[in-house]
Design a protein around this ligand. Structure first.
Ligand code: FEO
Length: 402
């Protein structure tokens, strides 16, 4: 089995999930990986597991590096099932002397697995500043609550300056290559921002605090080895992903407008295209995202990176189309900030969709424009009004950039 060294005695021993295309509602067109790490020193330590079913693949990699050596420690940085699903089986195989996790991780393990499954597990809670000596290497722990669960924790291997931050800095990206510098960086960064938008956007405040904490602690970081996707090992890549996280957490954005809509008989779509034309007339970039056919995770990525997003729907049964409701539920949960937004759409008689969208956007503490509506099919005058609306949005975006 492929085992990939990160440093002397430190290996990637995870599993690649080539076939996963959906991750709790998040589309993963490139699959994913669950990255586990093994440190073979005077003491042997495994950091993080893989999802249920992929334990045998991980175990073969572990045993390929340390044969029958006793495993002293298993570190559980995060209890979500993509990393802990295999644990009852894996622990049975490896029989680690101690399981190290955060205090919230200790609680979460007991709430994920039955008493029978946990039988014989010697779980010890560790917190920020706690250290475990393995021989030539020392593990240091950093609590990272809400990145993205309460239990989340980073493990830092001090001597080779390797940070194992679990989900943070990850990407859903299956590959036979383990390092970002071996891959197409455009794809890696695209998946990194999509991952941030869909997993970490709601916790942007905690991301900022954690980065500040790492800086305050003066940690030297030469490698960031997350629990999904590519490992960042070049200085410029380590700096780039930390800087990108800091910027995404501040909700920095491109001067771009996204038009997110669904349509019934193309009236709302015509409005979207006319608004887009108006935005483009002001030389501001615009992206049209039809909800029938664009996965929500990709729309979230555009919201993460764009200053403005407008949401359109015609009326169905006095309300918005279900696709639009689904999008609003999703994006509201992600809690974007510092975004200009607004509702648009067509109606026949009673209306209702635009009112519902507008009310939802206003409940999200965003900068909400007055809504734009047309009755049935937009005529030439109304299309001109849509273009003017687009020009106004673009001018607001340009003012913000200045
Ligand atoms: Fe990759 Fe939150 O689990």
């Amino acid at each position: 089995m492929q085992r990939v060294p990160l440093a002397d005695g430190i290996y990637w021993v995870g599993a690649v999930d080539w076939g996963v295309r959906e991750f709790h509602g998040y589309d993963t067109p490139h699959g994913s990986s669950y990255n586990s790490y093994l440190i073979v020193d005077e003491k042997v330590c495994v950091v993080d597991g893989v999802r249920a079913g992929l334990g045998p693949e991980m175990l073969r990699r572990v045993r390929g590096c340390c044969q029958e050596q006793t495993v002293d420690y298993l570190v559980v940085n995060h209890v979500e099932m993509d990393h802990s699903g295999c644990l009852p089986w894996l622990i049975e195989q490896l029989r680690p002397r101690k399981i190290l996790t955060s205090k919230r991780g200790q609680e979460a393990l007991a709430l994920h697995f039955t008493r029978e499954e946990c039988e014989g597990w010697d779980v010890m809670a560790v917190g920020t500043g706690d250290e475990i000596n393995l021989g030539s290497y020392t593990l240091s722990f950093i609590e990272a609550p809400m990145l993205h669960w309460p239990d989340s924790m980073f493990t830092y291997v001090k001597e080779p300056h390797i940070l194992l931050p679990n989900d943070a800095f990850g990407q859903h990206l299956a590959s036979s290559r383990r390092f970002a510098d071996e891959l197409d960086m455009n794809v890696v960064m695209e998946e990194a921002v999509t991952y941030f938008a869909n997993i970490l956007m709601p916790f942007a405040g905690q991301v900022t605090k954690t980065i500040e904490k790492l800086i305050e602690m003066g940690l030297e970081i030469d490698t960031i080895a997350p629990s999904h996707g590519a490992i960042w090992r070049l200085r410029e890549h380590v700096d780039a992903i930390i800087e990108a996280y800091a910027a995404w957490a501040r909700f920095e954005a491109k001067p771009r407008v996204c038009l997110v809509y669904d349509t019934m008989w193309h009236s709302t779509e015509k409005m979207a295209y006319a608004v887009a034309d108006g935005v483009a007339q002001e030389d501001v970039e615009v992206t049209i995202l039809p909800l029938s056919g664009t996965p929500l995770a990709r729309v979230a990525r555009y919201v993460q990176e764009s200053r403005a997003f407008l949401v359109g729907s015609p009326v169905l049964n006095n309300g918005m189309l279900p696709n639009v409701g689904r999008f609003l539920t999703y994006i509201k949960g992600l809690r974007p900030k510092s975004r200009l937004t607004g509702a648009f759409g067509s109606f026949g008689w009673g209306g209702g969709a635009v009112k519902e969208i507008d009310a939802t956007l206003r409940s999200m503490s965003l900068d909400v424009l007055e809504p734009l509506e047309v009755r049935y099919v937009p005529n030439e005058e109304e299309l001109i009004a849509c273009e003017e609306y687009g020009r106004q949005v673009a001018r607001r975006v340009k003012e913000w950039v200045r």
